[in-house]
Design a protein around this ligand. Structure first.
Ligand SMILES: [Zn+2]
Ligand SMILES: [Zn+2]
Length: 108
């Protein structure tokens, strides 16, 4: 029992570490991997979340793309040139008055 606890702890730390590398919530994933050690495989497979400068989110389907992609490989839509990060939900959305993800005002 005690050994298994140690194993869980290690996997939890590993999961949290992978999560933070991928721009995901390390606390959440650390806990998930601690409770369900197999979840470390899931976080290992999951694509990285938005990381400034490297990836961005498709404003149409929400998938994560490379910064350099000019069109979304998932939904095929062309990427708008000016993307801004919504302060309310954190999505990268076309520079308009309102965020098309959460519909909150983008500009104050
Ligand atoms: Zn898309
Ligand atoms: Zn938003």
């Amino acid at each position: 029992m005690y050994r298994f606890f140690l194993f869980q702890l290690l996997v939890g730390i590993l999961g949290g570490y992978i999560a933070s590398k991928k721009g995901r919530n390390p606390l959440f994933w650390g806990l998930v991997c601690f409770i369900l050690p197999l979840m470390v495989l899931v976080i290992g497979i999951l694509p990285p979340l938005l990381k400034s400068g490297k990836t961005r989110q498709c404003p149409y389907c929400g998938k994560v793309l490379r910064e350099s992609d000019t069109e979304c490989k998932y939904c095929g839509k062309e990427m708008p040139i000016n993307l801004v990060q919504c302060r309310a939900c954190g999505s990268f959305v076309p520079e308009k008055d309102y965020c098309m993800q959460c519909h909150r005002k983008l500009k104050s």
